[in-house]
Write a protein of this length. Structure first.
Length: 70
């Protein structure tokens, strides 16, 4: 007893696999294409991507703010 292939498998064998449509992966803030991660705030608003945002330790950020105020 043979189990027949699913219709989409037969279609791929006959017609080939359709090209993969790569979804838009650009950052809506800086425009960088193919960014890895897009970050949002607590309200769901986009704030940037892994390229245009900087990760800070809280102490370092406060020290930098003090330095900039001087």
């Amino acid at each position: 007893m043979q189990i027949p292939d699913a219709p989409w498998i037969r279609d791929a064998e006959l017609n080939g696999v359709p090209p993969y449509d790569d979804p838009d992966r650009s950052c809506p803030v800086c425009g960088r294409e193919r960014c890895e991660t897009i970050y949002t705030d607590m309200h769901g608003e986009v704030v940037g991507c892994d390229e245009c945002l900087t990760l800070w330790e809280p102490e370092e950020w406060h020290e930098e703010q003090k330095r900039l105020e001087e």
